[in-house]
Design a protein around this ligand. Sequence first.
Ligand code: FES
Ligand SMILES: [Fe+2]
Length: 455
Amino acid sequence: MSQKPRIDETTEDLACPVIYPVEAYISEEYARAERDKLWRKVWQMVGRLEDIPEVGNYLSYEILDDSVLIVRTAPDQIRAYHNVCPHRGRRLVDVPQGAKNARGRRSQFICGYHGWRFNLEGANTHAPYKEDWQGALSDECAGLSKVDVDTWGGWIWINMDRDCEPLRDFLEPAATMLDPFQLQNMRSRWRKWGIFDCNWKVALEAFNETYHVQTTHPEFMKFGEFRGWARVQGKHSNIGYDAPKGMDENQSAKLRVGKGDPRISTAEMQLYTWQKANTNTTQTLVDAALRLKDELPEGTPADQVLKHWLESARRDDEARGVVWPTVDPAHVGRSGTAWQIFPNFQIGHSVNNALCYTARPCGYNPDKCIFEAVVYQLFPQGEEPQPEWEYCEATAEDWCYVLSQDFSNMAAVQQGMKSLGLSGLKPNPYMERSTANLHRNLAKYMGTGAPRKLE
Ligand code: FES
Ligand SMILES: [Fe+2]
């Protein structure tokens, strides 16, 4: 007698078709519940270590009603506090009008209301007329309220849940899979943010699968077609490309073999990516690709073109002091091209550059989110740029053509989700499993919205 499997079992690896409701994207009630059930429970990436290089450097991180201050308290130590004065609750550090967050350097924090002072360790060092409290102001109740903070990959992460699991445990298996890429050595080349007209999940899901490429970015199809996969990695997911046998999976996707002369298609695709996406490649890779037709004879097989291109770019970079980590090709293949770190951080990794996105709520309006994107790469020591965060509208002019193609779906998806005619969302079981997994894991925190088998 066959017993019907429980939903959890049928969808364990999410290889089967699933459907899940739209509530997570459009319900204001759900958006409000996210504060306590999700954002106050998970590790969140809040910035880079190089943002606070000196003792006393701080930055704030804003998420709904919470603001967290992250402070370098010693050359090798970072602390985080709730950005609130314990006296009568004034926000301790103000975010400048129009800025994404606060940033600066202080030797102490002084509340602007009645002048309570706090050292970098969060201890109260002065309260005017403190004796009026008759000794009741203990260190505990007069100091700043602590937030857990840790680092991985060159990023700073915070968790407001004092009982949270260690960051490393939370990040696995992503941390172990990504460690060989030495992301902590990369520095940002540009960083932009904006307020978009969609839920934060809609913004992230525009980038966590490759199924949309054929339609949203038709220009890429002339370079060849590749089949993308998405895999469940516990709380997290990763995506990558299937490749012809014997070829390095993800790198060959960049090469896009299959259409025309691979020397030419590689150069064309690199140039297009550099000029129209301004990410996912570097000047060194582009230059090396443009030389392929001079350095290799016509008819060179695609795998040889790929090998030559990457070896010569690696050499060029080494000559200027930029050393790419060496990662076993099988590991590169397994790691894919991007990781979705639960709940809202995507790392598009490679050995010499990376593209990362975050999206989070902008107030309790489920139709708005704060979107951020940063492009990283390796630089010669001492030549790292320090780009400021740039506020940008969701346009091709402010960002670039390829990203604006992705943005163009976002508000339309947000509107479409409210239609009476939509029964639920049905991600591709092979190429969009990352989206199904996000919602399966969200449901564990939120208690609602789990994907169910589509039959
Ligand atoms: S609220 Fe900060 S000193 Fe009074
Ligand atoms: Fe895209």
